[in-house]
Write a protein that binds this ligand. Structure first.
Ligand SMILES: NC(=O)c1ccc[n+]([C@@H]2O[C@H](COP(=O)([O-])OP(=O)(O)OC[C@H]3O[C@@H](n4cnc5c(N)ncnc54)[C@H](OP(=O)(O)O)[C@@H]3O)[C@@H](O)[C@H]2O)c1
Length: 253
């Protein structure tokens, strides 16, 4: 039985992916920062599947000691982690377009530093075994700058860049790296959005794509839904003048 650790497994994409992997007979450990949400998620998971190998551990990824203790506890007391899905993230769109340093600091602490703390300790355990896998959930918001998305987009752009860099560096430790870029997915986070979300899909749709992308042949980037992401990828290649013009026309901002 293979083991997956999912950060941010208490809701949305993380919980749906935990359900999918548990159904496919993986040992699943979910973690998140809120114990009440985590207890609720584990109840949902246990009602969903006969799989007994389901665990939860409270872990605020912004706390380096907590992350190190969590991974050490999983590795020593449950099972070696074969696949880590670094999915946890904070989200808060800056609707007023004011420069809010507190928002930047919060999102950098959770999304960037939190993900780095996970990789730091996972690498120590995984490099001894070889052929384990770390998947970082980023977002196409990280492809290019978008209005109101300064803080969140900065963290997601950073994670894409980080994954590209680690693709080379962690090869030496025989650790595979993937980056996952979902389009709009219905979740607690996207419920905060007041703008139209084209091609929005369910968390189960995301979970199926993540499962297939991570368990079939190795892919560096897993992205979905395909059509929307292909449009975002074209946007990534446009010269600034055309890109800024189009985004202004589309968003009115
Ligand atoms: N939904 C979309 O359209 C979309 C699109 C592209 C990318 N994504 C990415 O997909 C991932 C999942 O997002 P989602 O849409 O499923 O949102 P969500 O339902 O709000 O899930 C976010 C998860 O992260 C956890 N979390 C937040 N802060 C944490 C912290 N400090 N430590 C540990 N866990 C923490 C939350 O649990 P607690 O509150 O219990 O800590 C929750 O389980 C994120 O990385 C997001 O950026 C989402």
């Amino acid at each position: 039985m293979k083991t997956i650790w999912i950060t941010g497994g208490s809701s949305g994409i993380g919980l749906a992916t935990a359900k999918k992997f548990s159904k496919e007979k993986w040992r699943v450990i979910i973690s998140s920062s809120n114990e009440i949400k985590l207890d609720n998620a584990i109840r949902i998971l246990k009602n969903y599947t006969e799989n007994k190998e389901i665990y939860s551990i409270k872990c605020n990824i912004a706390n380096r000691n907590e992350v190190h203790n969590t991974v050490t506890k999983i590795e020593n007391n449950i099972a070696p982690i074969n696949l880590a899905l670094l999915n946890a993230a904070a989200y808060s769109p800056n609707k007023s377009q004011e420069f809010d340093i507190k928002n930047y600091e919060k999102l950098i602490d959770v999304n960037i530093k939190g993900t780095l703390y996970c990789i730091e300790i996972l690498e120590k355990f995984m490099k001894i075994r070889k052929n384990e896998h770390i998947a970082i959930v980023s977002s196409p918001v990280g492809y290019r700058g978008l209005p109101t998305a300064g803080a969140y987009g900065l963290t997601k752009a950073g994670l894409i860049n980080l994954a590209e860099s680690l693709y080379f560096d962690l090869k030496k430790s025989f650790i595979k790296i993937s980056v996952i870029n979902p389009g709009f997915i219905d979740s607690e986070s996207t419920k905060m959005n007041t703008f139209p979300m084209p091609f929005i899909k369910s968390a189960d749709f995301a979970a199926n794509n993540i499962y297939n992308g991570l368990t079939k042949s190795y892919k560096f980037e897993i992205y979905f839904p395909k059509f929307f992401l292909l449009m975002m990828k074209i946007g990534r290649m446009l010269p600034y003048r055309i890109y800024f013009y189009l985004i202004k026309r589309i968003t009115g901002l």
